[in-house]
Design a protein around this ligand. Sequence first.
Ligand code: SF4
Length: 424
Amino acid sequence: MKKVRFYTLGCKVNLYETEALKGLFEKSNYKVVDNGFADVFVVNTCTVTAVSDKKSRQMIRRMKKLNPKSIVVVLGCYSQIAPEDVKNIKDVDIILGTTDRTKIVEFVENYDGNQVCYVKKDIPCEFENLKSVHQSRTRATLKIQDGCRNFCSYCIIPFARGPLRSKPILDTVNEVKELAKNGYKEIVLVGINLAMYGVDIKSSLTEIIEEVCKVEGIERVRLGSIEPNLITDEFISRISKLDNFCHQFHLALQSGSSSVLKRMNRRYNTEEYLDAVKRLNCAFSDCAMTTDVMVGFPGETDEEFAESMKTVEESGFSAIHVFPYSRRRGTVADKMENQVPENVKTQRSEKMIALGKKLKQKYYEKYVGKTVSVLFEREISTNVFEGHTMNFIQVIANGNGTEGKCQNVVLKGYKEDCMTGEII
Ligand code: SF4
């Protein structure tokens, strides 16, 4: 049996696509291996920063060294944006972008030893229906949306992912039913711009959430990253009726300064963002806000950075991801003046990360002594289990636990970035 190995960079959407591709190879009698020799290597690339481009190239070369006779397949956002750069890497045999991934096994089987590129410049409007009902994680990720048309001034993704496309409702519900049958208790709905789910199929994210929450056996439905514009009164009132919907909202902020948000071409200002946070906190007592914040965007002054810190503090996040601005060729921000020096970006990252740690501890410590339901993802040592609550608090608990099962835990304290507890 031929062996295939995968290496994935980037976001949850990429991770989901890799899981789906593994399924396609397994269906064609390939054995998926996680290390060592393989006949086929697949590198699913990312291009969100210059660093991810570099990592993609490094991994391609490393794979070929492991087995010079192997077939190296490169796909994803980097090869969609820069197919010529990938073609120039002599170790690459087959190149795809962010389309036609369902044909990957056929392309490998038909490979004749000459490098071939299947990247399509124009990304079609149909949702490419990849499917993944066996995943290597307890929480099943489900990609239901692709593409973005927001063109935030720092972002290359709309060029890599193309027009807005949604997975049909019936396909989504059927895939969730299969995941439930395979024992998954939690579904994480993801997309490139998830908030735009349904615009191309006369539906909405709220509708698909309601449909997925109805599936028997699914105890939790969680959302990936969403845009603040999604948080309408109608959205809040409809999801507040769903018992198995997780009240953790990864609401991408990007900057806490309205003047920077304007230069980023984001579609809200800090007032509107804080209002969305306030309405969610009012609606859900266990609400958890998490976010992405960029520091060092072109022209960001000390005053604007101070505003950003203030907005982050006011939002009371339970976790923040901090990104120093990364120049991307082909974006509007790349041509902006007043690029911020790297050492200033580093200083600001450190300050924002420290604030994030303080806010996380403050949020977590509110739960000391409380009993919560935890979905255990793995046993890290004998009778010590790790998992997450519905509002995504990370928990390490002692006792008689079971992987893949939701169990009640009394939380004892905050230690090393997570909560400790006893399984009841
Ligand atoms: S919403 Fe903005 S940051 Fe997000 S993928 Fe689209 S363009 Fe990029």
